[in-house]
Design a protein around this ligand. Structure first.
Ligand code: FO1
Length: 305
């Protein structure tokens, strides 16, 4: 069964990891949000792409979900000592990824090509592709003005009040070739439990919606019992005047999905959802949880027409 997973950072990476335990390499393509990418210390950083690749490679830091396991922090400590920006914690091993990626981009390679080469080096056998090779940047519109995503999320700890989001660069951005081909040949699309507004919407904005609609599309709610598993989704919802709930997530994806997966704690709420709904444990603490959820989702997809 050919599956495309749409993923943001940590939550998306976990489910992609579960899917990769079951599906053969030729059966899974993970399309990753690049709206959070930015330039920092002169380097091109692609946090969600790295989180997905490190997770699939078994190299991710299990505590944070992002960055590398067994990391050391010598470079960032020295940058701090020199008075440079140290708010974005780049570990020594992780830095190598950004240095080499930046060098290759300057040589003219695309993000798709670089990601493919890095995956090969890390032993990742399933395809991981950026949503686009052109820059699309998530801008958070706040009561303190417009902020680039990492500035808002990491530097400002999501403190400014959110008024809205926009994705700069959409006008000229095309889906990466591998992303488009994977969508066109997919039997089903799984929207991973990433933030719908900031991590998944940029992907859905880049890929022509008519190429997604008409396929079996299932989304996993990242909101469990009114709270985001990780990240600021629930706070954003509240500030945007949207009730943070799995129901809201189902409504958000209304025009795209034909099935939704919500956590067991939301079983009562699930009765109000008008599309086919799978109620199950969606919290992924270990590889067994990830694989079980992936298995249940694939079975659920089989029940959808
Ligand atoms: N997230 C943080 O909250 N603080 C950090 O210092 C941080 C550094 C970082 C370095 C490399 C990387 O690939 C990811 C990193 N992240 C950090 C995570 C990342 O910014 C977010 O989780 C995603 O952009 C949201 O999907």
């Amino acid at each position: 069964m050919k599956i495309v997973a749409l993923a943001g950072g940590v939550g998306g990476a976990k489910l992609a990891h579960g899917l990769a335990q079951i599906l053969k390499p030729e059966e899974l393509t993970v399309i990753v949000n690049t709206g959070d990418d930015f330039e920092h210390l002169g380097l091109y950083i692609s946090p969600d792409l790295d989180t997905v690749c490190y997770t699939l490679a078994g190299l991710a830091n299990p505590e944070t979900g992002w960055g590398r396991v067994d990391e050391t922090w010598n470079a960032i400590a020295q940058i701090e000592r020199l008075g440079g920006p140290s708010w974005f914690r780049l570990g020594d091993r992780d830095l190598a990824t950004h240095l080499e990626r930046t060098r290759l981009l300057k040589e003219g390679y695309t993000l798709t090509e670089i990601t493919r080469a890095f995956c090969k080096a890390w032993g990742v056998r399933h395809a991981v592709v950026p949503m686009s090779d052109s820059p699309v940047r998530t801008i958070v519109e706040t009561d303190e003005g417009d902020l680039a995503f990492q500035e808002y999320f990491v530097h400002r700890h999501c403190e400014p009040r959110v008024k809205g989001f926009r994705f700069e660069g959409l006008g000229s951005a095309r889906p990466a070739t591998g992303a488009r081909e994977a969508i066109l040949s997919a039997e089903a699309i799984v929207i991973c439990p990433s933030n719908p507004w900031v991590s998944v919407d940029p992907i859905l904005a880049v890929i022509p919606i008519d190429e997604i609609q008409g396929r079996r599309v299932v989304a996993v709610s990242p909101i469990i019992g009114g709270r985001a598993v990780k990240g600021p989704a629930a706070k954003m919802f509240a500030e945007l005047g949207i009730a943070p709930s799995a129901l809201t997530v189902a409504e958000h994806y209304e025009n795209v999905v034909n099935g939704i997966v919500v956590d067991s704690v939301d079983s009562e709420l699930a009765k109000q959802i008008r599309i086919p709904t799978l109620v199950t444990n969606t919290i992924m603490k270990n590889i067994q949880d990830k694989t079980e959820l992936a298995e249940k989702i694939l079975k659920f997809i089989g029940t959808l027409s």
